[in-house]
Design a protein around this ligand. Structure first.
Ligand code: C5P
Length: 396
């Protein structure tokens, strides 16, 4: 995730979720941003300015009348040069203030005083009844209509003991959405279907055959497609990864399940990106019961049957989406990958340079299309995914 050089004003308002703002500050800084914290008086009852100052490394402002500000215009100074203003947590009261354009403390004043090209993103955090209150819902609709981005809220257990909508999103989810705010909406409104991860082919109820795919590249592409404005469905083999925010994830285990799931979802999709490392075979004589180590028949003998080629099946559809395949070749990538693209009859094939990329956070790619090939230099998988999404959008 890349926020290098971005200046974020992080506003905190009163709510128990203020404790998550500490972690969000660290995540933003780790992603390369500088963070200027501004807190309402209520927020300082939940977390101290000292904590936020130590984490952000910058003076925290809480008061419109702060005598340290020589010109008394913190509301102007703090917003000029800012790349985004993020309010997390954003209380029901603060949403009401934004809806009315009120300016009765430093944070509300600087929101109104911001140049309109500075995006304002808010992460609501409140009790479920407060969130569902018609006045709050009216205010939320108003601020959305005014161009403010609303991140969440999430659903689940709340600090008050009640359950429902109103939880602030987790810092990692907010980071994804803040990064997404800086992405070009090159796939706005498009439907994108992606496969990711390995498949697992059973030998018996407790054993199986799989491969080293971690799913990181496919998940990064799903994240980048969502950030580019697409509606994303991710059909995923078994991975340890958390689904990117906003992406619909369907979990499958075997290649045949992945095939069936993809074909059930593919209608109406405009782009299909096959990133999964699908097993080429499954065990046709898989045992119903666990095979005994010291069984009478000695060592087991496995028989294999081919799995369906999911990408080939989608590419053969009469009204097929724009199909993108992946290839991991250990040698002669240029020849093998272009031959594979032609054989699979797809417009774009992405070659991994080497197969040691499995499980790593970075990668190096070559894109093959009818015009030739383009090299994407070694980079973090999220950054490569953004470049790939831009390349796909340009070809649609
Ligand atoms: O033919 P090969 O397996 O090398 O092709 C790799 C590409 O095909 C990847 O995009 C992979 O996701 C896809 N594939 C598939 N179904 C298979 C095998 C591969 O969709 N059974």
């Amino acid at each position: 995730m890349d926020l290098a050089g971005k200046k974020i004003v992080l506003g905190l308002t009163g709510g128990i979720a203020c404790y998550k703002a500490a972690e969000l500050t660290r995540a933003l800084i780790k992603a390369g941003a500088s963070v200027q914290v501004v807190m309402t008086d209520a927020a300082t009852h939940f977390i101290t300015p000292v904590t936020m100052q130590a984490l952000s490394g910058q003076t925290v402002y809480t008061d419109q009348w702060d005598p340290r500000v020589a010109n008394n215009m913190a509301h102007i100074d703090l917003t000029r040069g800012a790349d985004a203003i993020v309010i997390a947590p954003c209380s029901a009261d603060f949403i009401a203030k934004l809806a009315q354009g009120r300016c009765d403390d430093l944070l509300s004043t600087l929101c109104v005083a911001r140049p309109m090209q500075v995006p304002l993103l808010v992460a609501p955090a409140m009790n479920v009844e407060m969130w569902q209150n018609p006045a709050t819902q009216r205010n939320v609709q108003q601020i959305a209509a005014d161009g403010i981005t609303i991140m969440g809220p999430g659903v689940g257990e709340q600090a008050c003991g009640e359950t429902g909508l109103g939880r602030m999103l987790e810092p990692a989810q907010l980071l994804e959405l803040i990064c997404a705010a800086f992405q070009a909406k090159s796939l706005a409104g498009k439907k994108v279907l992606i496969t990711a991860g390995p498949t697992f082919e059973a030998i018996d109820p407790v054993r199986g055959i799989t491969n080293l795919s971690s799913g990181k590249m496919g998940y990064a592409i799903a994240r980048a497609a969502y950030a580019a404005g697409a509606q994303v469905t991710l059909v995923s083999g078994p991975t340890a990864l958390v689904a990117p925010y906003g992406v619909q994830r369907i979990d499958v285990t075997t290649a045949r399940q992945m095939h069936d799931s993809v074909l059930a979802q593919v209608g109406g999709q405009e782009v299909f990106i096959a990133v999964a490392a699908v097993a080429d075979w499954h065990v046709s004589n898989a045992a119903e019961q666990k095979i005994k180590k010291d069984g009478a028949s000695g060592l087991p003998t496995l028989q294999f049957a081919p799995n369906p080629d999911i990408l080939a099946a989608v590419a053969a559809l009469p009204d097929r989406p724009y199909c993108v395949g992946f290839a991991a070749e250990s040698e002669q990538l240029l020849q093998h990958a272009e031959a594979k693209r032609v054989k699979k009859n797809i417009p774009l094939l992405v070659g991994n340079i080497g197969h040691e990329t499995f499980g790593k956070d970075d990668n190096e790619l070559v894109l093959f299309d009818a015009q030739g090939h383009t090299h994407l230099a070694r980079a973090d998988k999220n950054s490569l995914a953004q470049q790939l999404i831009a390349a796909i959008a340009a070809r649609l």
